[in-house]
Design a protein around this ligand. Structure first.
Ligand code: ZN
Length: 311
């Protein structure tokens, strides 16, 4: 085998993640007092190296909050050094496969972790077409579920931590309290994602505010009202559609609308994730459209990108 010089190897590594500063050690993110790390920066289509959507909020070296668990989460959690015992909550935005397809793998992995304390799992209530969070977990790990060998997740006193499930209303026009403990505050905000029950989340800790906008369209009025001038330290939004005609604007915001939402919230930094090729291929137009309304710092996330808030 031919040996490449270090500089050549580095240039290959850098080239593969040109939208971010290279993260040499994906486990280094956990060393921060507060950081967010991307466990999946992709969307529903497997068209590059990215996993489906997922994020971790690191607090004092612990992976405290999981936001979405897309396919690929299992691998990224391992690469980043995430310990299932450290979670205080798993927050799910909605029940498309690119956001929950990795959840069975995370729960299976967690069954080896020796965790005993309860674990909050929050997500939307159901509709005719989509399950509630309780129904989703029952379908995965209930007594009649597909992975019924893990059914002690839904019982007291078993070998696995009991999942404390919270079905959150998605048809309210206000922000709802999800969690007020462990020095971490979590709230949910209904968003418009066509007819799919869907939520955004605000996580506040150590004086910082993180806003995970989730999949949402420009019709997310409640979101804009609830987040107006909230000045999140980082706002994560989804780069799913191009600026061309005929894109599914009832499902996702285009660049103009992303910029409007970030500007309205007063975001101190905007991070784009949930990338899809149709949007990445139109990157210049998407960026120009965002810049019509939002002038602040903006980054494109990759898998394992680390956003440090307090070093
Ligand atoms: Zn999605």
């Amino acid at each position: 085998m031919r040996h490449l010089p270090i500089a050549a190897i580095l240039s290959v590594m850098l080239g593969s993640c040109a939208n971010q500063s290279p993260l040499i050690d994906p486990k280094a993110c956990s060393a921060n007092i507060l950081a967010v790390q991307i466990m999946g920066s992709g969307g529903p289509i497997a068209d590059d190296h990215r996993g489906g959507t997922g994020n971790i909020v690191w607090v004092d070296g612990k992976a405290r909050v999981v936001v979405d668990a897309g396919p690929g989460s299992f691998i990224r959690h391992g690469e980043a050094g995430v310990d299932f015992r450290d979670h205080i909550a798993i927050l799910l935005t909605h029940y498309h496969g690119d956001h929950v397809g990795g959840l069975p793998g995370l729960l299976n992995n967690g069954s080896f972790a020796g965790r005993r304390n309860n674990l909050l799992v929050a997500g939307p209530k159901g509709s005719d077409l989509f399950p509630s969070t309780s129904e989703l977990l029952a379908a995965f790990v209930g007594e009649q579920g597909a992975l019924r060998y893990l059914s002690s997740y839904l019982k007291e006193g078993g070998p696995h931590p009991k999942l404390i499930i919270r079905d959150i209303e998605y048809d309210r026009d206000y922000m709802q309290v999800v969690h007020r403990k462990d020095d971490v505050d979590i709230d949910a905000i209904p968003v418009h994602h066509l007819s799919i029950p869907a939520l955004a989340y605000v996580v506040r800790t150590k004086g910082k505010r993180l806003l995970f906008a989730g999949d949402q369209s420009f019709l997310s009025d409640t979101f804009e009202q609830a987040t107006r001038n909230g000045q999140p330290d980082i706002m994560f939004m989804h780069n799913a559609i191009s600026m061309a005609e005929g894109q599914p604007r009832g499902l996702h915001r285009d660049g103009v609308s992303i910029g409007e939402a970030a500007q309205s919230a007063g975001a101190k930094k905007l991070v784009l994730t949930h990338h899809m090729q149709r949007a990445l291929n139109d990157k210049d137009a998407v960026l120009a459209a965002i810049r019509e309304n939002f002038e602040g710092p903006l980054e494109f996330a990759d898998d394992l990108s680390c956003y440090e808030l307090i070093k």
